[in-house]
Design a protein around this ligand. Sequence first.
Ligand SMILES: [Zn+2]
Length: 293
Amino acid sequence: MPELPEVETIARGLARRFVGRRILRCRHLSPHLLEGRGRSVLRALRGRRILDIRRRGKHLIFVVDGGYVMVFHLKMTGQFLASAAEDTRDRHTHLVLSFDRGRELRFRDTRKFGRLRLARKDAQAALPKGLGPEPLEVGRNRFLELLGRRRGRLKSLLLNQGFVAGIGNIYADEILFEARLSPVRPASGLEPSEAQRLWSGMRRILSRAVTCGGSSIRDYTDADGRPGRFQFEHKVYGRAGRPCPRCGVPIRRLVIGGRSTHFCPFCQKEKSAGRRFLRARSLRIQPLAKAGV
Ligand SMILES: [Zn+2]
């Protein structure tokens, strides 16, 4: 499922191509994409100009003149494709926006879980209620304050869109590895230094992933059909059984809250161990890491 870095990449690519352009025609080709009573709004988009395309959490927002907003959630396999009108359209295309000079923007979705909400005046009305702050915008103090109010395991908390919006399974695992925190640690038991590591790890991983254009695991590409590159930098996600790049211990996979979770059992210990213990372990582990295992 596209997460913050992938949706951000798509939003930036689409904004470059389509902001300022007028929608000549809007064809809705399948009944499951559009949520609620949006058909009349969809017709009203004809002849209107796109003013902005941006991201909020995992949602893509098109701001159209006249106060209209289109909010997409790509879910599992939703994709945008910038095409020419004469390009063959396959049966997974669910929405087509036509522009001048024979250009089209198509929404394609093989699994059909993607959703579109339309609203007038207010993007908030088309977004789910209670979305948490943006992980790349929330300040450290605010993050620590929000974290302090939460219980539950860190992995589940990072996936909770009401805590911070935009993180899914891949980036939750990579952030926890970066922060050297166990995915099963309860949020309430963190030391201040650990909470700080979580905040800074979250920022480092997500910024780097945005720079790389996201991760292409299955069929994710940006609107120009280009894959992301961050999958080559994954340290734990999808690497069960392979050596931890930090210490050489095999990466483990667990199912937490129904989600597959990857972590290093040594770098991300469940309980913070005493210094002496850690030093003894690192001495024992070091030769492995040096050997590049
Ligand atoms: Zn490790």
